[in-house]
Design a binder for this molecule. Structure first.
Ligand code: ADP
Ligand code: ADP
Ligand code: SF4
Length: 603
């Protein structure tokens, strides 16, 4: 086969006990007696049929692809690598396994960002940079060793860094992607967890700025996702190491907390001259956070390419445009575009529900919420923004009738389909069984096109809910919420753990669903780009988290964004080339001017 093709067999999917080797039986070279698809001969449990191996020398390449079609479990990928990809990979896990091209280059005193989909090799890259995984330069039969790796990277940004790893001189501190799993591996309270990380004497200040003090004596088991995220960030930054890697800092944090996390990471780079590497899918925050950016692309699970560093502005712009200039590479057929002006008020649609001023408090001295009366329109996507702990879920429960208001006659008993912020579906049940129990539309061509495809469910239908990653679980939960029949759909933080591509797809699935099903959708989210792309109108919550909250009436996007961002004292300017919103530096001329004009977003 052509040199630039690879064959990848996903050994978690290849299940020869449940098929009859259709791949092998139909492979054209095999049928003429060649040994293209063979049996591995080793690595299976006793008595189990053997998994397959594909010879990349003999295989005819992507234009054949017969085995890919024949495999009932989607276990095979045959891929023509882009012609532009001439170098050897940095690492390949083995024959017919994932390969990674290129490596990110952390720099002292800088924050280096990586932008790209999940499953593209970011963790692999970090394991190499942490000195845990010796890269094999694609030669998985014989390990080349660090000397040869250093030779391969001579003259690149990575030369010095690799020399340090070879000497065993790089120390690393890491924040994992899925903070929800921390309680599984740690017993004790927040203080126990954090104290052992205090290597720089910076813990008190981190605890203060990340507002962790109220949960210091709480058991890690009892922390919410947002609290775990802040504790994990503090634990990572408190250590005294050369290299810090943070895999997604924003899930479950509100915008104020996201900006604080970004500032802390920047300060550690600038003031202590450390190397920071971050993976982040909230583009407004990534823009604020990073000095340089590597874009990652490829086929998740098959191969990944990490580009040389770009300026953050160009990297994000090229990524959104779907075309990488220097690499001469299209990574997506269509660009992702932002409207410069607030969307025109939609044609007035019918009212789904009108509600009066409402009040609710959880008891003497506990949290209280005031709701300004308003209406929710049939067929709209209403964005809901505001800090954590300000009463957004409480408001939702007033709508569903799960909570009675203390004053105001609501008498609302809308059927609501609700996706909570923390997705807890993890029964031992297959995804397809779970989803077909929710809707009899399951499997119809409408459901497949509007729900399964944009949410990329096809490849995980046969997996168990309990085996899904955070991002996969999120997509199943969004599908389950939209598939239920209800008057109102309420999605709390659908962006959490989705990569940028998946956020955009989920956004368009939610919008199309609202339009086509005459459905009304409420979306709570902290990713400002997602809210911008998704919402027709905005409901803004403010107040003092955990003490009292105030919910404003739903308003047009421009007014809503202005009110919300004024509370946060954050303004956005527009990128000249793409109209993409970018956070202004506090107290810059633009920031001051926009504040005085009261134009925080659609300036
Ligand atoms: P990301 O961090 O971008 O989500 P990873 O680096 O974790 O991606 O993984 C990229 C691919 O490499 C995945 O398809 C994964 O299954 C595969 N992979 C990871 N570790 C191994 C391994 N030890 N052997 C074979 N394949 C692996
Ligand atoms: P949000 O959805 O904006 O994060 P919530 O409506 O969940 O906010 O919570 C607002 C505040 O009310 C929080 O401080 C929370 O701890 C408190 N709260 C929520 N439910 C209860 C309850 N049943 N009893 C007492 N306090 C509660
Ligand atoms: Fe055989 Fe390659 Fe064709 Fe698959 S793609 S059937 S391995 S020749």
């Amino acid at each position: 086969m052509a040199d630039d093709s690879i064959a990848v067999v996903d050994l978690d999917r290849c299940q020869p006990d449940r098929c009859s080797y259709e791949c092998k039986n139909y492979c054209p070279p095999n049928r003429t007696g060649k040994e293209c698809i063979t049996l591995r001969g080793e690595d299976t449990d006793e008595g189990q049929p053997e998994q397959i191996h594909i010879s990349e020398e003999i295989c005819l390449g992507e234009t054949c692809g017969i085995c890919v079609e024949k495999c009932p479990f989607d276990a095979i990928e045959i891929i023509n690598l882009p012609k532009e990809l001439q170098d050897d990979p940095a690492h390949r896990y083995g024959e017919n396994a994932f390969s990674l091209y290129g490596l990110p280059a952390p720099q002292q005193g800088q924050v280096t960002g990586i932008l790209g989909p999940n499953g593209i090799g970011k963790t692999t890259a970090v394991r190499i940079l942490a000195g845990e995984l010796e890269p094999n330069l694609g030669r998985h039969e014989e390990s080349p060793g660090w000397d040869e790796v250093l030779e391969a990277y001579r003259g690149t940004e990575l030369q010095d860094y690799i020399a340090d790893i070879r000497e065993g001189e790089v120390t690393v501190s890491r924040k994992p992607q899925y903070v929800d799993q921390i309680p599984n591996s740690f017993d004790g309270n927040t203080r126990d967890l954090l104290e052992r990380t205090d290597e720089r004497g910076a813990l008190d200040s981190l605890v203060d700025r990340l507002e962790i003090a109220p949960v210091m004596d709480q058991s890690i088991d009892d922390l919410s996702g947002g609290e775990l995220q802040r504790v994990a960030i503090a634990a990572t930054l408190a250590r005294d190491t050369d290299f810090y890697f943070l895999d997604e800092v924003t899930p479950y944090l509100d915008i104020g907390q996201r900006v604080t996390a970004a500032r802390l990471i920047r300060e550690l780079a600038e003031e202590e001259n450390r190397s920071m590497l971050v993976v982040e899918h909230d583009l407004a925050i990534l823009d604020l956070l990073a000095d340089t950016l590597h874009v990652a692309y490829g086929e998740p699970g098959a191969y990944g390419v990490i580009t040389p560093p770009k300026s953050v502005r160009n990297g994000i712009n090229e990524y959104l445009a779907g075309y990488l200039d220097n690499e001469n590479m299209r990574i997506r057929p269509d660009p992702i575009e932002f409207e410069e002006h607030a969307p025109r008020a939609a044609v007035r649609s019918d009212t789904l529900v009108e509600y009066p001023d409402l009040e609710k408090s959880y008891g003497e001295g506990e949290f209280s919420l005031e709701v300004e009366g308003g209406e929710i329109r049939r067929n709209e996507v209403l964005g809901i923004v505001g800090p954590n702990g300000i009463g957004k879920s409480t408001f939702a429960k007033l709508l569903t009738g799960d909570l009675e208001p203390d004053s105001g006659d609501a008498d609302l008993d809308l059927e609501i389909s609700y996706k909570p912020q923390y997705v807890t579906i993890d029964q031992h049940m297959r995804v397809d069984v779970f989803l077909s129990s929710i809707t009899d539309q399951f499997g119809s061509s409408y459901w497949n096109t509007e729900i399964a495809q944009p949410l990329q469910l096809e490849r995980i239908m046969e997996q168990n809910l309990s085996d899904l990653s955070g991002g996969e679980r999120q997509r199943v939960a969004i599908a389950a919420c939209l598939s239920d029949s209800a008057d109102l759909y309420l999605l709390d933080e659908p962006s959490a753990h989705l990569d940028v591509e998946q956020r955009v797809q989920a956004t368009s699935a939610i919008r199309r669903y609202a339009e086509q099903q005459d459905a009304t959708v409420l979306v709570i989210d902290h990713d400002i780009y997602m809210i911008d792309l998704l919402a027709d109108r905005l409901m803004v919550f403010d107040g003092e988290p955990a003490e009292h909250g105030r919910a404003g009436t739903p308003q047009p996007m421009r007014d809503g964004m202005n009110e919300f961002l004024a509370n946060l004292e954050v303004t956005f300017r527009r990128d000249e080339r793409t109209s993409r919103p970018r956070i202004n530096k506090p107290d810059s001329q633009l920031d001051k001017r926009q504040k005085s004009e009261g134009e925080y977003y659609y300036a």
